[in-house]
Design a binder for this molecule. Structure first.
Ligand SMILES: [Zn+2]
Length: 154
């Protein structure tokens, strides 16, 4: 999943669910939702910042602090891990173990009918490499999100 999708999905959810959304809240959430992919600049993508060992304590501290921006940042971070769980693997206890898990869901639609496949994926983080992403759909999603932010937070 690319950064535009990671930013847009929680931002749209925030706009839909929050009774009083703010630009500051949306920005804290979006930054939290995209920053875990800074792992891509380390030795392995989906490593430290994709681990619950780091994300959950930050969420608990943010919750205890009562700071809404810290809480939105940490919710954005957890949304990133949730979304990556469905598009690959996350290593939940990295750096104690590099092993990661995810769910792969496939749909088959054709003349012979419809089917859905589900399987647990187990893998290790990717070593650092260059990425080539098809981001046309993500650009459209990002533009829709921007429009929703400006309409809802004018
Ligand atoms: Zn990620």
């Amino acid at each position: 999943m690319d950064p535009l999708e990671h930013a847009s999905i929680p931002a749209l959810t925030y706009l839909a669910l929050s009774t009083e959304p703010t630009w500051g809240g949306a920005l804290a959430l979006i930054i939290g939702a995209v920053f875990p992919d800074l792992d891509a600049f380390t030795r392995e993508h989906r490593s430290y910042l994709h681990s619950l060992l780091f994300a959950l304590p930050v969420f608990l501290l943010a919750y205890i602090s009562g700071n809404p921006y810290a809480l939105l940042f940490s919710i954005g971070w957890l949304s990133h891990l949730f979304l990556d769980f469905f598009t690959g693997v996350i290593p939940p206890v990295y750096s104690l173990s590099r092993r990661g898990w995810g769910i792969e869901i496939t749909a088959r639609i054709g003349l012979r009918g419809f089917g859905i496949g589900l399987r647990i994926v187990e893998n290790y983080p990717d070593p650092r490499h260059d990425y080539e992403l098809n981001i046309g759909g993500s650009i459209a999603l990002g533009l829709i999100t921007l429009a929703a932010l400006f309409i809802r937070l004018h």
